[in-house]
Design a protein around this ligand. Structure first.
Ligand code: UN1
Length: 510
C-alpha cells in the first residue's frame, strides 16, 4: 500500500495506517492507556482499556465460542487461518511499518516480523489436516488402542513488546486450527499493533463467514487484566512471553489451578567461536545476533566465548563493526540499530555496563545517542571485554550488550556457556565436526535452540521455539508444538466377545 504524502508526525503516520487497516479511531483516541513511539518518544494514542469484569465477560464469551468452534472440522478451521494469511500479505507494508513505529524496529525487521506471521499461517493451514494421533498395539485380542487429539478450550496469550504481533500469530494460528478460542493481552507498550492485527483478523473472520462470535478477542489493559486471564477457570492454557520475573508469577498461578502454561521467558544466549571458525561468517552472525533489534530479542546474542588463538583476529574486527554500525531513526534512512523501547531499558543497560566496569570489564560503546529528542533512547551497542564469566554477564539485560570472554579449553567454555539461569538459544562457530557435534550432544549446549555456524537469533517458524531452565520450558510455533494446544485422549475399543483384563488380572464375578 502506498503512503500518499509524508505524514506530519509519527502519531499521524500511525493513525493513517490504523485507518487503512480499519481500526475505529475511538479505540485509540479516547482512552486512558497512553501509547508512545520509541522512535521519537512522542505519544501515538490513548487507548480504551477494559475493566476486570469486562475481561471476565470476554473470557466467558470466548468459552461459548470455543464450544461451537471445536465442532467445526479442523481443515475448515484451517480455511480461516488461510484467509488470515491472505489478509496479512495484503497488510504487510502497513503492519510492518506500524511495528517499526511502535517497537522501533528497522524496516526489514518490521516487515520480517509480519513475514513470520504469514509463515506460521501457512504452517497452520497444512497442520489443520495433520492433527493426528497414533494407533498403538494392544496386549488384548480383539481390541484396538488409539489416541485422539481434541481442542482444549480458551487459550490466553500474553505477549511482549519486542515481538508485538508475531508471537500472537504463532499462538493464535495454532490455537485456532486446533479448535480453540483465543484471548490476547498484548504488552501495554505496543497496543496499537495489537489493534491493527485484530482488525486484520476480523477481516479474515468476516470473509470466512461462519466463525462464532468472540472466537478471538483482545484485552487492552494493564497487569491486572493479565492476572484475570491467568486466573480465570475457563482459560485452559496461557502462553506467556516476557521476563523470567513475569513467568515466576504466571507459572505457579496456572499450576495452582492445573491449567497449562507455555512459558517463553528470558534468554542469556551464548556463542562459542572455535579455532577453526570461518571468521567472516562468524563476524556477520555475531553482529546481527548481538546488535540487531537493538539487542531486544529474547534470542539476542549476549555472551561470546572466543578461543585464544583467534581472539586477536576477531576482536579488532568486532570493535570496528561496533564503532561503525549506524544507529538512527528506523523510519527514515538506513540505520541498522533503532531505539531502545524506553528509559527503563536505557537505565538497565547503563547499570549493567557500570557493573561490568567495576569487575574489570572494558566497555566499547554503550553511550547514548541523542537524535534531537530527549524522550527517545538510542544507544551505541556495547561490546564488553570481560576478564571473567561473572556479575552482569550471568543476567539478561534487554539491551545491546555483548560480553566477550577469551577461552583456552573447550570444556571449560562449554561449562561457562551453560552456567547461567536462562536456556533459550546458543551457537557454535567451528569447522571441526567433533566440536560441532559435541555442542549439539547430550553434554553440549543445554538450550532449547542450538545452532552451528549461524547466530542465536532469527529462528524460522518451522522449528519448535523455546528454551529450558529459567526460559520456562515452553515450545511455540513449528514442529509438534501444536500438541500443547490440544488434549490427548487414549481410546481402547473392545470388538471381541470377551473382556480380558490388562496385565492378566482376573476378576471373575458370578
Ligand atoms: C522473541 O524475541 O521473543 O528467533 C522471539 C528469533 C525470532 C523470534 C524471537 N524468530 O529471533
Amino acid at each position: 500500500m502506498n503512503i500518499a504524502a509524508k505524514p506530519a508526525s509519527i502519531a499521524a503516520d500511525a493513525a493513517a495506517i490504523l485507518d487503512r487497516l480499519g481500526v475505529d479511531k475511538a479505540a485509540y483516541t479516547t482512552g486512558d492507556l497512553k501509547s508512545f513511539s520509541p522512535v521519537t518518544g512522542e505519544q501515538t494514542g490513548s487507548l480504551k482499556t477494559v475493566s476486570a469484569s469486562e475481561a471476565s465477560a470476554t473470557i466467558e464469551r470466548a468459552d461459548e465460542a470455543f464450544r461451537a468452534w471445536r465442532l467445526v472440522p479442523a481443515p475448515k478451521r484451517g480455511e480461516l487461518v488461510r484467509l488470515l494469511g491472505e489478509e496479512l500479505r495484503a497488510a504487510k507494508t502497513d503492519l510492518g511499518r506500524l511495528v517499526s513505529i511502535e517497537a522501533g524496529k528497522i524496516p526489514s525487521e518490521g516487515l520480517g516480523e509480519v513475514q513470520e506471521m504469514i509463515d506460521i499461517c501457512d504452517f497452520a493451514v497444512g497442520l489443520s489436516r495433520q492433527l493426528y494421533g497414533l494407533t498403538i498395539a494392544t496386549e488384548r485380542p480383539g481390541h484396538r488402542m488409539m489416541e485422539t487429539w481434541h481442542p482444549l478450550g480458551v487459550v490466553g496469550i500474553i505477549s511482549a513488546f519486542n515481538f508485538p504481533v508475531a508471537v500472537w500469530a504463532w499462538n493464535a494460528a495454532l490455537a485456532l486450527v486446533c479448535g480453540n478460542s483465543v484471548v490476547w493481552k498484548p504488552s501495554e507498550k505496543t497496543p496499537l499493533t495489537a489493534l491493527a492485527t485484530h482488525a486484520i483478523l476480523e477481516r479474515a473472520i468476516k470473509r470466512f463467514g461462519e466463525a462464532p462470535e468472540g472466537l478471538s478477542q483482545l484485552l487492552i489493559g494493564d497487569r491486572a487484566i493479565g492476572e484475570v486471564l491467568v486466573d480465570h477457570a475457563k482459560v485452559r492454557l496461557v502462553s506467556a512471553t516476557g521476563s523470567t520475573r513475569m513467568g515466576r508469577e504466571v507459572g505457579p498461578r496456572l499450576a495452582r489451578r492445573f491449567a497449562r502454561a507455555i512459558l517463553e521467558l528470558g534468554g542469556n544466549n551464548g556463542g562459542i567461536v572455535c579455532p577453526s571458525a570461518d571468521l567472516d561468517m562468524a563476524l556477520r552472525a555475531i553482529a546481527f545476533g548481538a546488535m540487531g533489534t537493538a539487542g531486544q530479542r529474547c534470542t539476542t546474542l549476549r555472551r561470546l566465548f572466543v578461543h585464544e588463538s583467534v581472539y586477536d583476529q576477531l576482536l579488532p574486527r568486532l570493535k570496528k563493526a561496533y564503532a561503525s554500525v549506524s544507529v538512527g531513526n528506523p523510519l527514515d534512512g538506513n540505520a541498522l540499530v533503532g531505539p531502545l523501547i524506553d528509559k527503563l531499558a536505557f537505565d538497565a543497560m547503563q547499570k549493567a555496563l557500570d557493573e561490568a566496569r567495576a569487575l574489570g570489564g572494558t566497555v566499547h560503546g554503550g553511550e547514548r545517542v541523542i537524535l534531537g529528542n530527549h524522550d527517545a533512547f538510542y544507544v551505541k551497542p556495547a561490546l564488553v571485554e570481560m576478564p571473567a564469566h561473572s556479575g552482569p554477564v550471568l543476567e539478561e539485560t534487554f539491551a545491546p550488550i555483548l560480553y566477550v570472554l577469551k577461552y583456552t579449553d573447550f570444556d571449560a567454555a562449554l561449562a561457562d556457556h551453560n552456567a547461567v539461569g536462562a536456556g533459550l538459544s546458543s551457537s557454535i562457530f567451528t569447522l571441526d565436526m567433533r566440536e560441532a557435534e559435541r555442542f549439539l550432544s547430550v553434554d553440549g549446549s543445554d538450550c532449547g535452540i542450538a545452532n552451528v555456524n549461524i547466530g542465536t537469533s532469527g529462528a524460522e517458524i518451522g522449528g519448535a521455539f523455546g528454551g529450558e531452565k529459567e526460559t520456562g520450558g515452553g515450545r511455540e510455533s513449528g514442529s509438534d508444538a501444536w500438541k500443547a494446544y490440544m488434549r490427548r485422549a487414549t481410546n481402547t475399543i473392545n470388538y471381541s466377545k470377551s473382556l480380558p483384563l490388562a496385565q492378566g488380572v482376573s476378576f471373575d464375578i458370578e
